[in-house]
Ligand binder design. Structure first.
Ligand code: MV4
Length: 500
């Protein structure tokens, strides 16, 4: 086993990896930019090295510099986390040349799944259903017109090099096709330096359901079940769950087998995720793409399977066999994760950097918080504003939601705006509670919020509301026991009761 690992990342995921290393008695090396000299991951690691200015291109993305630090401090392996260098095949090759183990898949598997067209071809070859569409880039407008007519509108134009919705266009009729194709191609060229665009039939109101896969260097490939990630904002996941409210044991086995086929087809190693679009109508599923890294939402899978994915990644990278077989994987209960961002939900989710003046993380049964900040820490403008991942676990979805409601009311973050108030509302939203989580959830949720609250016509109702408001907003001396002010979580609890 490795004696020392360098973590080429920051924030909550760097802290998450450091925790796994500590449990495995492996030394940890952090790297940091000017903006992160007081960051939590730097405080947690055994050693820390400065690698450059705040801008990621000059720090967390500097491949040679990071490898040089690893060599200098004697780290035998590098964990890339997610984002930054985690999908960079060139970096993987460079680490190998330097005699350092990259904790992740081989570069060839990364490249095979890097392009959507290439990934679709591999999935088809492996006998896995893909969204009906082409497996070659569109050659011309005429080509696009013919192809779209063949599959039938509405269609999606997608950039082969794209991801996360970039270079993606919904086209509802032929009259929109020409300009949509031009925009998609130029957007793809500008964003990825590759203007290859292909067509897929549009699946209406799909769900995004993904399968966690794991492979070792001995040819073993297993799946750890699904995650439901349909609640997204601007193609960013916001809430993730395991299991999906719509999946059955049979569907998990079917999707899992398909995901394993894809992993096997590219000789995958380590943690990976195979994404599917699932039609809400007939629950048919289609391969979308494969993410060749540990993902942000991995904790919900860990909570339900009890398997530590980071520990497993490190074991597999060191050449060990998977510590479990497919038959040994058991799914227990239900987990839900909320991504807490330093963003203002009242102001179109505008980033809200600044100092965290107060931080109280919920505790008690069924709660897990993967944080990257501390009280007094500064949230900078340079990086992704996700500051913590808050996850709950219960015996079933209803219990998980009740833990979520209780714990979100306990959670306090002061000094900056966060998405906590948004999650408190979602946790009490009827559609969320029913599990109606197709891609239209957020737009419908926003519409529901815009409508004025209908208070009862009855005078009695208004009286109760008025009395309650007066009660909860009483000054400190009157509200609490023995003349002591009720704490903020008591107040939050009362507010929550009122909004039931
Ligand atoms: C689609 C689609 C409908 N039909 N592809 C792909 C990347 C992801 N971020 C959005 N993607 C979609 N691809 C076809 N053929 C609809 C979406 C989509 C979506 C998918 C899952 C969850 C949320 C979504 C929000 C908008 C669009």
């Amino acid at each position: 086993m490795f004696k020392k690992i360098l973590i080429a990342n920051r924030g909550e995921i760097a802290c998450r990896v450091i925790r796994a290393c500590r449990e495995m008695k492996i030394g940890t090396v952090a790297v940091y930019s000017d903006a992160d000299k007081d960051a939590l991951h730097v405080r947690m690691a055994d050693e820390a090295f400065h690698i450059g200015p705040a801008a990621s291109a000059e720090s967390y993305l500097r491949r040679e510099k990071i490898i040089e630090v690893a060599k200098r401090c004697g780290a035998e392996a590098i964990h890339p986390g997610y984002g930054f260098l985690s999908d960079n095949a060139e970096f993987v090759r460079q680490t190998a040349e330097a005699g350092i183990v990259f904790i992740g898949p081989p570069p060839a598997a990364m490249e095979a799944m890097g392009g959507k067209i290439s990934a679709r071809k591999i999935a088809i070859e492996a006998g896995v259903p893909v969204v009906p569409g082409t497996t070659e880039p569109l050659r011309s407008y005429d080509d696009a017109k013919e192809t779209a007519a063949r599959f039938g509108y509405p269609v999606m134009l997608k950039a082969s090099a794209g991801g996360g919705g970039k270079g993606m266009r919904l086209v509802e009729s032929e009259s929109e096709l020409k300009s949509a194709l031009e925009t998609a191609q130029s957007e793809a060229l500008a964003s990825f330096g590759d203007d290859a665009v292909y067509i897929e039939k549009a699946i209406m109101r799909p769900r995004h359901i993904e399968i966690q896969v794991f492979s070792d260097t001995h040819g073993n490939h297993v799946h750890l079940g699904e995650r439901e990630c349909s609640i997204q904002r601007r193609h960013q996941k916001v809430i993730e769950e395991c299991p999906s409210p719509i999946n059955s044991v049979e569907m998990r086995a079917e999707m899992g087998a398909c995901a394993v086929q894809v992993a096997r087809a590219v000789n995958y190693v380590g943690a990976g995720t195979v994404e599917f679009l699932v039609s809400d109508l007939d629950r048919s599923f289609y391969f979308l793409e494969m993410n060749t890294r540990l993902q942000v939402e991995h904790p919900v899978t860990e909570l339900v399977t009890g398997i530590d994915l980071v520990r497993e990644q490190i074991n597999v990278a060191a050449g060990a066999r998977l510590s479990f077989t497919q038959d040994e994987v058991r799914w227990s209960g239900h987990a839900i994760e909320c991504r807490i961002y330093a963003e203002d939900p009242e102001n179109n989710f505008l980033p809200s950097p600044g100092r965290i003046t107060r931080l109280k993380i919920p505790q008690g049964p069924g709660v897990r918080d993967d944080g990257g900040v501390y009280q007094g820490a500064e949230v900078s403008i340079y990086y992704d504003p996700m500051i913590s991942k808050f996850a709950v676990h219960g015996r079933n979805r209803d219990e998980a939601i009740s833990v979520m409601q209780r714990a979100l009311a306990e959670y306090e973050i002061g000094g900056i705006k966060t998405t906590l108030p948004f999650f408190r509302e979602v946790a009490r939203d009827a559609e969320f509670i029913e599990g109606r989580l197709d891609t239209g959830f957020i737009p419908r949720f926003n519409e529901r919020k815009k409508r004025p609250v209908e208070i009862g016509q009855d005078d009695a109702d208004i009286g109760i509301i008025a009395a309650s408001l007066a009660f909860i907003s009483k000054p400190a001396s009157a509200g609490g026991k023995n003349g002591v002010a009720p704490s903020r979580w008591v107040m939050a609890g009362r507010l929550a009761q009122l909004s039931k």
